[in-house]
Design a protein around this ligand. Sequence first.
Ligand SMILES: Nc1ncnc2c1ncn2[C@@H]1O[C@H](COP(=O)(O)OP(=O)(O)OP(=O)(O)O)[C@@H](O)[C@H]1O
Length: 334
Amino acid sequence: MESRRGRLHPAVARTREAVRAMLADLPRDTTVLVACSGGTDSLALAAATAFEAPKLGLQAGAVIVDHGLQSDSAQIAETAAEQCRTLGLDPVHVKAVEVGAEGGPEGAARTARYDALRDAADESAADVVLLAHTRDDQAETVLLGLARGSGARSLAGMAAVAGLLRRPFLELPRATTAAACVASGLRPWHDPHNDDPQYTRVRVRHEVLPILEEALGPGVLEALARTAGLLRADADALDMLAAELAESAVRRTDDEVHCDVGVLETAPDAIRTRVLRQAALEAGCRATDLTAGHIAAVDALVTGWRGQRWIDLPQGVRAVRRGGFIVLGIDVTG
Ligand SMILES: Nc1ncnc2c1ncn2[C@@H]1O[C@H](COP(=O)(O)OP(=O)(O)OP(=O)(O)O)[C@@H](O)[C@H]1O
């Protein structure tokens, strides 16, 4: 980790600085957990956190999720746990999860993983779980979102701080975490999924981004991450305006949400559709199941009312045009 002249390797220094900056606001004695797969990024995060947390008076542990998707997954999880213990992290949780079928294989694994991270945080009374997403992950998310026609909120990518979760490496390139592992003598687990071209993200990483970098120069990842930041600010502003409009446009009863068409129809599209999306969520739709297509259909009840009086949404929610209102709820009759 230190060079022959005794200087700290720059990559190790950068990972430590990023962790220190991310944890600096926490009161002493707070417990933080590193979500560690044993891969390059999260092993570098585990090492940097093990070094920085005690200096800030924090307790640092780790959580390793065993998704049970490979025959040797328990062994991989145990190796990662042992590396975390060796780094001095304590407690180290290993959580075996059952990955369901809902939301596709990657989505189901993600849902199970985040549930397990929350359970581990509850068990350790931890206030923070650290994830090792890097700037490369953020750039890939933006490119994939663009290709899928996402709006500003999705293109905003991942937040550095989102409730319990914090991502100290979101501005670091993956090359830095890799160099930090080498410099520290850490031996990360190599996830074969990261090379499997059946995953679109892998092809974006290995095929699309290199072409963009060749054509536009090495600043592409940074530029894409900057786009995410700009769109995050835009999406936050629009959400705020939508929340303000909802105060006059939306009323709630015990089991229904009523949206005033007269108020909504003069609002800009980006604001109106946000109010409708929030109304659908409050009426019982799950965020992961509610698509832009659903919201466009509800919006058509507001703006283009031509005979169509209702639309069915996920989780049994129905949106019904009733006079000057869109009424959303379970079993709402048209
Ligand atoms: N099995 C797991 N157990 C605990 N945390 C995990 C696990 N898988 C992923 N994570 C956390 O979620 C982050 C993002 O996951 P993803 O699979 O996208 O990671 P990655 O970029 O391959 O990172 P890594 O190199 O650390 O595996 C990881 O950096 C890690 O913090």
